[in-house]
Design a protein around this ligand. Structure first.
Ligand code: ZN
Ligand code: FE
Length: 260
């Protein structure tokens, strides 16, 4: 089974999983790179998985239907191109013989879902859309910090060797922010160096792994005292008492929205 990140637009990835014969794509915002990849490797498109309704994730769905030999799966509570098989979380979908669990992860959008595979011979795979980025998380367009904290906790409960397949190449800019939050975190500095080299070579920084994200991603580290303290000192509400992880996440998200 091969996992490939097809670049689209300026910084999107359309993830493609294929077995040399059949392929599945996730969040095809543009049909062209998918068509090119299918043709290049002579693959049949067996399914499309959609995580949320934003145009850069669904824009290519209708154009791909002519080639599609299977279902479009998508979030039940969002308006995505019809027809599709609606999923709300808790279901299992078969993807090229692999079992993927659907996880409800509201926050970036209200009905955002993720697809998590576990078990099998290779490291498990997570398609997390715009919920979890390497060293960051999605903006809260339709959800609350509490919802995003719950959603990230659900993803963080997956095994450490899970391959985290995010839909945007935001890693280096996220790591600049992560280093501002935790200047003393050596894992962040080392990972930034690795990612710089990958980008210079024209390669994606993804997939990441959940184990790595636990060490470098401030949004998964809201319970770490240094992260909570940085969030506290930044948002001006210098409450001396402890604050919960949700308040820390809210402050981090707000800080990052304005961080340049
Ligand atoms: Zn989005
Ligand atoms: Fe996006």
């Amino acid at each position: 089974m091969k996992l490939v990140a097809l670049p689209a637009f300026s910084d999107n990835y359309i993830w493609m999983l294929h077995d040399g014969r059949r392929a599945v794509v996730v969040d095809p915002g543009d049909a062209a790179p998918v068509q090119a990849a299918l043709e290049h490797d002579d693959l049949v498109l067996a399914a499309i998985l959609v995580t949320h309704h934003h145009p850069d994730h669904v824009g290519g769905v209708d154009a791909l239907r002519a080639l599609l030999k299977g279902p479009v799966y998508g979030p039940a509570r969002e308006a995505i191109p019809r027809p599709f098989t609606p999923l709300a979380g808790g279901e299992h979908v078969d993807v090229l013989g692999l079992d993927f669990e659907v996880i409800d992860v509201p926050g970036h959008t209200a009905g955002h879902i993720a697809y998590a595979q576990r078990g099998g011979a290779a490291a498990p795979i997570l398609f997390c859309g715009d919920t979890l980025f390497s060293a960051g998380c999605g903006r809260l367009f339709e959800g609350t910090p509490a919802q995003m904290a719950d959603s990230l906790a659900r993803l963080n409960a997956l095994p450490g060797d899970t391959q985290v397949c995010c839909t945007h190449e935001y890693t280096l800019s996220n790591l600049r922010f992560a280093a501002a939050v935790e200047p003393g975190n050596a894992d962040i500095a080392a990972y930034a160096e690795t990612c710089r080299r990958l980008r210079e070579a024209g390669r994606p920084t993804l997939p990441s792994s959940l184990a790595l994200e636990r060490r470098v991603n401030p949004f998964l580290r809201c319970s770490v005292p240094e992260v909570a303290a940085a969030a506290r000192s930044h948002d001006g509400r210098h409450d001396a008492t402890g604050r919960d992880a949700v308040a820390t996440l809210a402050a981090l998200r707000e800080w990052k929205n304005h961080y340049r």
